[in-house]
Design a protein around this ligand. Structure first.
Ligand SMILES: Nc1nc2c(c(=O)[nH]1)N[C@H]1C(S)=C(S)[C@@H](COP(=O)(O)O)O[C@H]1N2
Ligand SMILES: [Mo]
Length: 239
C-alpha cells in the first residue's frame, strides 16, 4: 500500500513537471529557436524514461486474453507497406550477438527452437491509435540472456533488424517473464511481414518497442536509442 502511495505521489509530481516543461517547450523564445525547443522536449522525454523505469514493476504482468479475443486477420505495421517487408533467408540467417555477452557465437533458428518456449495471448498497442490481440510463442529473453552469459547488470539490450529498424529496452524489462524472442505467431512460424524469423514480443511496452526480423542483439551500457525514439518517441515506451 505504501509503495503504491509513493508511486502515485511520484507520478503526480512527474505529470506536473511534464506540464511545466511542455509550456516552456512552446513559448515564443523557443519557437524562434526550434533546436532549443527540440532539445528541451528530448531532455523531458529522457527524464520521463527515468520515471517510467522507477515505476516499472518487474513482477506485474501485462493482461492476457482468451483465444476467442484474438484479432483476425492480424494487423501489420512498419515504416513501409506490407509488400516491402524484408524476406530473410532462413537457411543462412543467424542471430548475431554483440557487447557484454560471454558467448557471442551467432545462433541459428533451429537452435533457438530447441530452447524452452513460452506462449502468450497478449495485446499489442500502436501509438497510431489501434490495438490487436495476438498469440506469440518463443524463447523468454531472460532465459536466452542467461544462456549466452550476458551481463545482466548492464543497462540496455539492443536489437537490429533486417529492414534497418532498431530498438532497445532496459534490462529490467528484458528480464520480465512475458518478454520473449518470438518465433511463432498465431500457432505457426512468423511470416515475413510479422517479423520472421525472430521478433521481440514485449507486452509491457508499446508496439514500436517490438522489433521484427531481428538480425543482431546487443547488451550494452551505452544508450542505443531506437528508430522512432530518434524521431521524438519516448524511449521507455511502457503501455
Ligand atoms: N523491423 C521492424 N520492426 C517493427 C517495425 C518496423 O517498422 N520494422 N514497426 C514497429 C511498430 S511501430 C509496430 S506497431 C509493430 C507492429 O507489429 P505487427 O506488424 O506485428 O502488428 O512492429 C514494430 N516493429
Ligand atoms: Mo506502432
Amino acid at each position: 500500500m505504501n509503495t503504491r502511495l509513493n508511486r502515485r505521489a511520484l507520478l503526480g509530481r512527474s505529470l506536473a513537471f511534464g506540464a511545466a516543461a511542455s509550456l516552456t517547450g512552446c513559448d515564443y523564445d523557443n519557437l524562434k529557436h526550434p533546436d532549443l525547443a527540440d532539445r528541451a522536449l528530448t531532455a523531458m522525454s529522457r527524464w520521463n524514461d527515468e520515471v517510467q523505469a522507477a515505476l516499472f514493476d518487474p513482477h506485474t504482468l501485462a493482461p492476457t486474453f482468451p483465444a476467442s479475443a484474438i484479432t483476425r486477420p492480424p494487423r501489420f505495421n512498419a515504416f513501409y507497406g506490407i509488400d516491402q517487408a524484408p524476406r530473410v533467408d532462413l537457411a543462412t540467417w543467424r542471430l548475431g550477438l554483440t557487447g557484454r555477452i560471454g558467448d557471442k557465437r551467432p545462433w541459428r533458428l533451429a537452435e533457438l527452437r530447441a530452447l524452452p518456449q513460452e506462449s502468450q495471448i497478449t495485446r499489442l498497442v500502436c501509438v497510431e491509435g489501434w490495438r490487436v490481440v495476438g498469440q506469440w510463442g518463443g524463447v523468454p529473453l531472460g532465459h536466452f540472456l542467461r544462456r549466452v552469459n550476458a551481463d545482466l547488470k548492464a543497462r540496455y539490450v539492443s536489437f537490429h533488424c533486417a529492414d534497418g529498424y532498431y530498438e532497445s529496452i532496459d534490462m529490467a524489462s528484458a528480464l520480465h517473464p512475458q518478454t520473449i524472442l518470438a518465433l511463432d505467431f498465431l500457432g505457426a512460424p512468423l511470416t515475413a511481414p510479422f517479423g520472421a524469423p525472430v521478433r521481440l514480443r514485449i507486452p509491457t511496452k508499446l508496439g514500436y518497442k517490438n522489433p521484427k526480423s531481428i538480425v543482431a542483439l546487443g547488451v550494452t551500457n551505452t544508450f542505443p536509442s531506437g528508430y522512432w525514439v530518434r524521431q521524438g518517441y519516448n524511449w521507455f515506451g511502457g503501455s
